[in-house]
Design a protein around this ligand. Structure first.
Ligand SMILES: Cc1cc2nc3c(=O)[nH]c(=O)nc-3n(C[C@H](O)[C@H](O)[C@H](O)COP(=O)(O)OP(=O)(O)OC[C@H]3O[C@@H](n4cnc5c(N)ncnc54)[C@H](O)[C@@H]3O)c2cc1C
Length: 1017
């Protein structure tokens, strides 16, 4: 008996023989597209610019805009075929109208390489042709990027229409292969789940299923009546479990339980694909009705890698191409071995993967009429033809729709076709030999393990080198950036079910602990004054989260004394020991992560992911500052000069008074506190009254981490009394404040007065509010701009200092943006954040509630109320997300910080006016800009006045070390929490110079660093 590998090679060779009989280039459409792809494969930078240009083109309305973008994207190309491109751009500029039309025509031609038709009628032309060629179809309706429930309803309605149309038009078509027709209906529709629910949140699969199932049932019902087949496509990893659960839920319902014409996709590039497939098969056996699995490698490889790396998650996909290939083969085996319950559809263009499935099916004695091969429209035409000739069933995946909604599909295909590792490129563009193309992927992996460098690793090395070259060319240094000196703590990945369970358990457990009392901590002693401050749950104001002892003037005095006494020892404690304290605190927070998140849900009304983000940030502050203190902890030589040495180093400022807000109850309190501690200051920590229990937790964590008595003191109390007393105190040397402009300015002023007996000029680190603007340019990607603007404005109820409150929209786009914005806001989930997946919870307390409602009334009198959410819980401090339009820059709602879910929309004639509007405020904290014009993006980077400017992303969610955070003007004193120079605010610099010459003799060189100066203990 011949080995499987021999069989595979033989089948592969046969396919290649048939393919080579009708030689065809990689892309069936020659000309423009062919040339662009060839260039893209030769030059990575051209490829990036090219794909970006293709991405923006459909949204450009005027020919002049098209040529302008062409110019911006390509004229500064420096290498390779730059002269060619530049000549093209110059020519285009001479006749913009003709060139614009020509480019549009060519790019839509390119899109039609992959999009089988603009609409149901159009697609039928393709399907008829394929039918003649004995190729079946599955049709996919483009447009998965939905931002509102209105758009999802439209998508569902279009799916139904398409189904009807296909059934009508294919009436009488027969199965190309006799025998398997029962398994393979002619009409086959592929649906994308994400297009059917706009508020899908991986933390809340139950909610997603509750919304998706009613949308899908009518489609399934009709498909069943029409004898059609429905396939659930698989998208990104975060939606995978929801898609699988939804599939199982729906097809277990009585109505669909015995219906065999349902399919789902398994992505072999996922590490947990085998487990999912085995679970599905078990489910199928229990259900006792056949179903289909389309096995693919997966289309979101780059995205999954980027997203996981950004969030610190373990990457769910394999990192070496042969791993995905080998997994595809082992999953093929699982599928074919379970042929009695599951029908296999192999979705691949890779001849090795295809040949493997064929050989294996033969080995297992499975008739070729009982499974099928599926390939994408516009790709690998010769392979499809060869398979038909060999008598296999072939189905083509045919996307239908307009170019704009189809853009993300098109970009996925372009990436796939130009990927260094892709089969199609290797075969049809690089003419790799059959032998190489048919190699056993498991064998390749074994070779790699034995030291042969996989190709992906080679690529990474090459890219890194060129980045460094570019950096050097720009005059930069190769010093490691501050943010790279450590790795951020990961966010919790709520796509993983075990994390839902942990969070639910933490919420249950926290509920049992509500109402406890928490003492003050001064000099390591727990104290009670008999007076308490109750912290309430804003979702349910009659629920007391905890009561903290209220400190008065007496306790404030005791705390200052304790901090002063502890200072002498703490300031001489080696910085490494202080850094270790922070690291221990971070480890404790990590251990208690879900418990702390649960507390935030109750105490400050944070939705799950927001609470988790806050804990992550607190951990990051500890680790980042611990790392940063090492960068300047040791005295450093100022200059190498013979006979003398001068060392630059830092002393702590003294006693720090930390005043924190409630909106990031752990992170901001922890950030200011740890910055002070690690630099050798002692600290009096005053949390906001509304989040005093979170403050008590932080104290507890530092006590467990071993903070010495007096070094950190926990002192909740009234800002206006105890707080003001400490601000004015002669023995407080530093005030770190984050909060409102009103209080911040008072502190700034008061701290400027030198009191009798005061040793130091007080340093005030003051971070205040914002009136943050986001500009949407006329060429912006609205799918992203709307989702990110909604999140920036209404995430955590608009109570982040970074939140968007003024949306500035370019006139040209205004109506379209507004329409989508309002319906997206209407789709938001508002409710108690104990429920996972809520985007908008309650505002913090009654005062905030009344103040925001008052602003809404002001808005109604000044501008036009365009939207107010209708579905808000009656109990608790819930404010409906609200949007005003016709807002003018001098109106109060456009000038004053509201700190709630209220968004003002302003219209701008052009970018000049938009930037002027954005900058026309007292504040300069965060800002955002959505655009696909490189020139406009450069302008925004240069001209927008804000401490943090975000391009093409939300304007909230700064990450420690990556986005050092803080503003200027009335937003703050220009400090950057989580940045490399932040700790310098907490120290005074000092230089010690010694003449090291003795009678004309001196050492040749002084060391660059020396040990810390220490007093004798
Ligand atoms: C009919 C059909 C339907 C499809 N439906 C879906 C779907 O619902 N969901 C979906 O996600 N995709 C889907 N796809 C797309 C499919 O995932 C890609 O077309 C496919 O991955 C390309 O694989 P290949 O075997 O044709 O090519 P190959 O060139 O052999 O494989 C390319 C694939 O390998 C993987 N890969 C690339 N580089 C690496 C690396 N360094 N490490 C590990 N793996 C790597 C990626 O998945 C990449 O797409 C479908 C494809 C077809 C043909």
């Amino acid at each position: 008996m011949r080995s499987l590998q021999t069989e595979i090679e033989q089948r592969g060779a046969r396919i290649f023989e048939l393919v080579d009989r009708h030689p065809e280039p990689l892309f069936s459409k020659a000309g423009f597209y062919q040339r662009l792809m060839a260039l893209s494969m030769r030059d990575e930078r051209f490829k990036v610019q090219m794909f970006r240009f293709v991405d923006v083109l459909p949204s450009l309305r005027r020919s002049g805009d098209i040529v302008q973008h062409l110019d911006e994207y390509f004229t500064d190309m420096r290498n390779g075929f730059a002269p060619l491109v530049r000549t093209g751009v110059r020519t285009a500029k001479i006749m913009p109208w003709i060139s614009g039309q020509l480019l549009r025509w060519n790019v839509s031609g390119m899109a039609h390489q992959f999009i089988a038709g603009k609409n149901p009628d159009d697609v039928m032309k393709t399907l008829r042709k394929r039918h003649e060629q004995k190729i079946g179809f599955t049709v996919d309706l483009l447009g998965e990027a939905v931002v509102s429930e209105k758009e999802t309803d439209e998508y569902a309605a279009r799916c139904l229409e398409l189904l009807e149309h296909l059934a009508r038009e294919t009436d009488g078509w027969s199965d190309p292969l006799d025998g398997g027709a029962g398994l393979f209906p002619v009409v086959n529709l592929s649906v994308k789940i994400s297009a059917l629910y706009s508020q899908m949140n991986p933390a809340d699969p139950a909610d997603a299923i509750a919304h998706l199932a009613p949308k899908l049932r009518p489609i399934l019902r009709r498909a069943k009546e029409l004898g059609a087949f429905i396939n659930f496509d698989m998208e990104s990893f975060s939606d995978k479990n929801i898609t699988l659960d939804l599939f199982k839920t729906l097809f277990t319902e009585t109505e669909f339980r015995d219906w065999p014409h349902a399919g789902i996709v398994i992505q072999a590039y996922l590490r947990d694909a085998e487990k999912d497939l085995v679970d599905l098969i078990d489910w199928g056996r229990a259900r006792r009705t056949r179903f289909t699995v389309r096995l693919v490698k997966g289309a979101y490889w780059d995205y999954e890698k980027i997203k996981s790396t950004q969030n610190g998650w373990s990457i769910p996909v394999y990192l070496q191409k042969p791993e995905s290939d080998a997994n595809f083969e082992s999953l093929s085996r699982v599928l074919l071995e379970n042929e009695s319950i599951v029908t296999a559809a192999f979705g691949s263009h890779n001849v090795r993967s295809i040949a493997h499935a064929q050989a294996l099916a033969d080995e297992l004695g499975i008739d070729r009429t009982r499974f099928e091969f599926q390939l994408l429209y516009g790709m690998a035409g010769p392979v499809k033809r060869a398979l038909v000739e060999m008598g296999y069933r072939v189905r083509e995946y045919c996307p239908v729709g307009e170019l704009l909604p189809g853009m993300s599909y098109l970009v996925r295909r372009l990436l796939e076709n130009t990927s260094n590792e892709g089969f199609l490129r290797a075969k049809f563009s690089e003419n790799a030999s059959d032998e190489i193309l048919l190699r056993d992927p498991s064998e390749l992996l074994r070779e790699n393990r034995n030291g042969v460098l996989p190709r992906s690793t080679v690529m990474t090395t090459m890219i890194t080198t060129s980045l460094q070259d570019r950096h050097l060319a720009l005059g930069g240094s190769l010093d490691t950036p501050a943010g790279d000196s450590y790795e951020n703590a990961p966010l919790t990945n709520f796509a993983l079910p075990e994390n839902h369970e942990k969070m639910r358990a933490a919420l249950r457990e926290m509920r049992t602990r509500l109402g406890r009392e928490y003492p003050l901590v001064i000099n390591g002693e727990k104290l009670s004054t008999g007076k308490t401050i109750a912290s309430i749950n804003p979702s349910s104001p009659d629920e007391i989260v905890g009561a903290v002892t209220e400190a008065g003037i007496l306790e404030a005095e005791r705390a200052v004394q304790a901090a002063r006494d502890a200072l002498e020892k703490w300031r001489w404690t080696p910085f490494e020991e202080r850094a270790q304290l922070l690291k221990r605190a971070a480890a404790i927070m990590d251990r208690r992560r879900f418990e702390l998140s649960a507390l935030e849900v109750f105490e400050v009304g944070k939705p799950w992911t927001e609470a988790d983000g806050d804990i992550r940030e607190a951990i990051d502050f500890c680790l980042f500052y611990a790392q940063q203190v090492r960068r300047f902890g040791r005295p450093r030589l100022t200059q190498q000069v013979p006979g003398e040495e001068s060392y630059y180093h830092y002393w702590p400022r003294g006693v720090a008074f930390v005043i924190a807000p409630w909106n990031f109850p752990l992170a901001i309190l922890c950030g200011m506190t740890t910055a002070a501690l690690v630099t050798g200051n002692t600290v009096i920590m005053k949390p906001a009254e509304q989040s005093a229990v979170c403050g008590a937790m932080l104290m507890e964590i530092f006590e467990e981490a071993g903070v010495p008595p007096g070094v950190l003191n926990y002192l909740p109390g009234k800002g206006s009394q105890m707080g003001a007393h400490l601000v004015d105190h002669k023995d407080v040397d530093l005030i770190a404040f984050t909060g409102s402009r009103e209080v911040g300015l008072r502190i700034w002023e008061s701290a400027g007065i030198t009191r009798p007996g005061q040793r130091e000029l007080k340093r005030v680190i003051c971070e205040m509010g914002g009136k943050n603007a986001v500009i949407i340019d006329s060429d912006a990607d609205l799918d992203e701009a709307i989702v990110d603007s909604i999140y920036s404005a209404f995430g955590y109820q608009g109570q982040k200092c970074s939140a968007l409150s003024r949306l500035i929209v370019l006139e040209e786009n205004y109506d379209r943006v507004l329409e989508r914005l309002l319906s997206a806001a209407a789709s938001l989930r508002v409710g108690n954040p104990e429920e996972p997946g809520m985007t908008v919870g309650p505002v913090i307390d009654k005062t905030a509630y009344e103040r925001i409602l008052n602003y809404i009334e002001i808005g109604k009198s000044e501008a036009t109320l365009a939207f107010q959410h209708q579905n808000v819980p009656p109990k608790g401090y819930f404010i409906p997300p609200t949007i005003f339009v016709d807002v003018k820059p001098d109106m109060r709602i456009a000038r004053e910080e509201i700190f709630g879910p209220v968004l003002s929309v302003l219209k701008a004639r052009n970018l000049d006016e938009a930037i002027k509007l954005a900058n026309g405020t007292d504040y300069a904290l965060t800002a955002g800009f959505f655009s696909r014009s490189p020139a406009n993006i450069e302008r925004a980077k240069a001209e927008i006045e804000a401490g943090n400017v975000y391009i093409n992303r939300s304007c909230t969610g700064a990450v420690v070390g990556r986005h050092p955070f803080g503003g200027f003007k009335m937003s703050g004193g220009g400090t950057k929490a989580g940045g490399e120079d932040y700790l310098l605010q907490f120290v005074v610099p000092r230089v010690v110079t010694e003449n090291i010459t003795r009678h004309g003799f001196a050492p040749e060189e002084a060391p660059l660093y020396r040990d810390e100066f220490r007093v004798r203990s």
